[in-house]
Ligand binder design. Structure first.
Ligand code: FPP
Length: 565
């Protein structure tokens, strides 16, 4: 955080965005410092972080602050219309991190990195978007971005090893330490041994590999690409310094020389000046009134959320025993066009009515306590439709994301699909909705847009092949779990119940990996006519089915229990 490299990187941003970047960086640094003060007891450090976070909430509400760093952040948030609520998770992690941290494996370590850093990076992306130079991220390169973030964090940890060890902190996963017997003890005792040297060499090589992602910046605005490429270059030079430090790594922080930094930044600044001169940026005018700002709240942003509006006739959800509830319901919303034609309306009207039906079903899902709902909104095959119809569907979704009633419900919105051919405004709205709702804990609503099941499987296979080529995975040992880990949303559970409206009885390239063992439910009505009671009915029927996943049927004394395969 205190590296002069960060200062120089911000200088590569367009001038209009720099003050906002300073404000974000300074705030993150202050919180980091409060959490790391060696001479203060952990509980007091946590209290200081919490007090700072709460003071920020207050300052945002009144639109000013007596603290210079918070004042800069408040001003930035109001001027650039930043939604700071997504920072709450990072601030809570910083507060909870003052004690000692332990990561069993790389997965836990990665989750911590994501909690700590990604929300801050998201704010910078949002700034670019507001300025009219969106740093559009390609979903098929998500793994590259994630590894890049991991690489920056690992470089930071290796650089600050001596400081962390002085505080008896070792921020490396146990899995990595165990691969070099004796290294952990030597590190903790400040002993530079062959095991320690081998561990450090392995980790610098890993970080270097994670940060060497040439495909990551392809197609990006050259100014934004320059910032990321220069950051990678800087961090790789920092890793060289870590490697060169040898035993002194355990005593002091290796720093890049002014000459090395200049070699990296002099050409980068020239490139930045040229790249940003290509794009006229939109600088915001007057500040938004303070009361309208999105502010972080003490624990979650749930205070801003409202319960789902009740059913129009007051219907209430059935009580389903927890062990009989599906974890994941996926829906093929069929029949919009026929619904419209039946009424003598143009087909696009069916999609507008279908959007309202999505809201109704989301309310029903929240009321019955469903965890995951996935809807098939636009398939890779739907491009064969008339251009007007395609535009109507995609624009209805875009408008719904930005203005629709789901915004204020406890719904974490996610997108599954491919960005190619989709309008950029829709991709940005989808990414915005994901960022805005990422900390919500109610229903996870996954919208499949420009989604195809075979396309998903092909891309996942390609990601696995890439991982194998990079030496991250042994192709002879690839199993189902490895495949699942490389899917776009590895945490998405298997589909328990697959529901299709509109009379047809097929699955149409929808979630083939996840729905292999799904119970199927077909209903004759058209999608715009559904009501939350239809979802509840589907779940009730599901709760009565017996699922065997290929096992033999259960037997009783007298008979074999009837079971569906
Ligand atoms: C299938 O019916 C439906 C679609 C291809 C579009 C579904 C999209 C929505 C309902 C909008 C979703 C909105 C959000 C917010 C997720 P069809 O047109 O194939 O109907 P048909 O079989 O009668 O022709």
């Amino acid at each position: 955080m205190h590296d002069p490299g960060t200062y120089a990187l911000i200088q590569l941003m367009p001038t209009a965005l720099r003050p906002a970047c300073w404000a974000l960086w300074a705030s993150a640094s202050v919180l980091d410092d409060l959490a790391d003060q060696r001479d203060v007891a952990p509980a007091d450090r946590a209290a200081r972080v919490e007090a700072w976070t709460q003071a920020l909430q207050h300052d945002l509400a009144i639109g000013t602050s007596t603290d210079p760093v918070r004042h800069a952040l408040v001003d930035t948030a109001l001027r650039w219309r930043l939604d700071l609520s997504s920072l709450q998770g990072a601030m809570t992690t910083t507060r909870d991190d003052v004690g000692s941290r332990h990561f069993a494996d790389w997965t836990q370590w990665r989750a911590w990195c994501n909690e700590e850093i990604v929300p801050w990076v998201d704010q910078v992306w949002h700034l670019f978007e507001q300025a009219g130079a969106p740093m559009t991220l390609r979903l098929d390169r998500r793994k590259d971005y994630e590894q890049f973030v991991d690489g920056t964090q690992l470089t930071d940890i290796l650089t600050d090893l001596s400081e962390d060890l002085a505080q008896e902190d070792l921020l490396l996963p146990q899995e990595a330490l165990d691969a070099f017997p004796g290294a952990e003890e030597d590190l903790r005792r400040g002993r530079w041994s062959p095991a320690t040297a081998a561990l450090i060499a392995e980790l610098t090589a890993l970080a270097r590999q994670w940060m060497t992602r040439p495909a990551m910046t392809k197609g990006m605005h050259p100014g934004a690409a320059n910032v990321l490429d220069t950051a990678a270059c800087l961090l790789r030079a920092q890793l060289d310094a870590v490697d060169a430090a040898g035993p002194t790594l355990l005593k002091r922080t290796p720093r890049l020389s002014v000459v090395s930094r200049t070699r990296i930044f002099a050409p980068a600044r020239l490139r930045a000046a040229m790249a940003w001169s290509l794009t006229p940026l939109t600088v915001p005018g007057s500040r938004r009134p303070a009361a309208a700002a999105h502010i972080p709240r003490p624990s979650t942003d749930n205070a801003a959320l409202r319960p789902p509006p009740p059913h129009s006739e007051g219907a209430r959800p059935p009580q389903i025993p927890a062990d009989q509830m599906p974890a994941h319901v996926a829906v093929i919303m069929d029949g919009n066009g026929r619904w419209a034609q039946q009424r003598g309306l143009p087909r696009p009207e069916g999609h507008h009515a279908g959007t309202a039906a999505v809201h109704e079903i989301v309310c029903g899902a929240l009321e019955i306590g469903l965890r995951h709902l996935t809807v098939y909104a636009f398939s890779t095959e739907n491009w064969k439709r008339d251009t007007d119809e395609i535009t109507t569907i995609l624009e209805a979704i875009r408008r719904d994301l930005d203005e629709g009633p789901l915004r204020d419900l406890d719904v974490r919105q996610r997108w599954l699909g491919h960005p190619d051919k989709l309008p950029q405004e829709l991709v940005q709205a989808l990414q915005r909705a994901e960022r805005r709702t990422r900390n919500r804990t109610g229903l996870t609503l996954t919208m499949c847009i420009n989604y195809g099941g075979r396309d998903e499987i092909t891309r996942t296979a390609a990601a696995l092949a890439q991982a194998a080529r990079a030496g991250e995975i042994d192709p002879r040992l690839i199993g189902e779990e490895d495949f699942a880990r490389h899917l776009p949303h590895p945490d998405m559970p298997d589909v328990d119940l697959l529901w299709r409206t509109g009379k047809e009885q097929r699955t149409s390239n929808f979630l083939p990996w996840h729905a292999t063992y799904a119970e199927l439910h077909f209903t004759p009505g058209y999608w715009p006519d559904v009501d939350r009671r239809d979802l509840w009915q589907a779940i009730t029927e599901y709760s009565r089915r017996q699922r065997r996943h290929g096992a033999a049927p259960l037997t009783t004394n007298r008979s074999t229990v009837q079971a569906s395969r």
